[in-house]
Design a protein around this ligand. Structure first.
Ligand code: MG
Length: 248
């Protein structure tokens, strides 16, 4: 008898417990978050920069860039910049950490060389971590060295390359590695790349700075470092380069 009554109360309390756990006791406003109002950003039209972007190159000059050899010796041609063999890689005067980067590039229409020798350049995040630029249109090379690879670290998900001479777009999301005050690695870097509207790298973990030979290993560096574009001896062009600092 007692058991039967207890059982009834048990079932009733279980019913109310599940009712409250399912969230019915909460008001809609209990889960509204008013802690941070997103800044207003006006999106750009047709690959044009959004309102809060830092323009790194719009075809006019190299004022945001420098080179190990001093003044930038690359050419400016019809709104683009072109690598000049032997003039050296160029880097931004400012440093960047976590960013959204938009950059357009074009390998030479006239195909010369093959493998790594065909339309090779590169975008070095923080001057250390390379997103490969290469003519990968019907041009076989090791897969973690083709266009949109994280050079010698990550093969792109697909080959979204356009033919030589066509302008291509990279939209890159970069989370910089984090180091402690005593220079230990707290968190590795991560990269996402969209090439010509196609996802080619999704949140891949950087193993360390890009190396041609050997296994990469992290070395402490500052939280913000210049972006670098590589002179690999081929007349690759870049244009419409802009960046947004991401506040994470
Ligand atoms: Mg390269």
């Amino acid at each position: 008898m007692f058991w039967k009554t207890d059982k009834k109360y048990f079932v009733i309390s279980l019913f109310f417990l599940s009712f409250s756990l399912s969230g019915y006791s909460q008001e809609p406003k209990d889960t509204e978050d008013w802690s941070r109002k997103p800044e207003t950003v006006t999106p750009g039209k047709k690959n044009k920069p959004p309102s809060d972007a830092i323009i790194l190159f719009d075809g006019k000059d190299f004022s945001k860039w420098t080179s190990a050899k001093g003044e930038v010796q690359w050419k400016r041609k019809s709104g683009a910049m072109e690598v000049v063999k032997g003039a050296g890689s160029i880097k931004t005067k400012d440093g960047f950490g976590d960013i959204q980067l938009h950059i357009e590039w074009r390998t030479p229409k006239k195909v010369e060389g093959d493998g790594q020798g065909r339309g090779n350049s590169g975008i070095y995040l923080m001057g250390l971590y390379e997103v490969q630029v290469l003519d990968s249109w019907q041009n076989e090379t090791y897969y973690n060295g083709q266009a949109a690879s994280i050079y010698k670290q990550h093969i792109p998900l697909v080959n979204a390359s356009l033919p030589p001479g066509k302008w291509q777009v990279y939209d890159i999301l970069f989370k910089a590695p984090v180091f402690s005050e005593d220079h230990k690695l707290l968190s590795p870097g991560y990269v996402t790349v969209i090439q010509n509207g196609v996802l080619v790298q999704f949140h891949v973990e950087l193993k360390g700075p890009t190396l041609y030979v050997g296994t990469p290993e992290y070395q402490y560096h500052e939280a913000k470092l210049p972006l670098m574009l590589q002179d690999h001896g081929n007349p690759v062009r870049y244009r419409n380069i802009w960046v947004r600092n991401i506040e994470l």
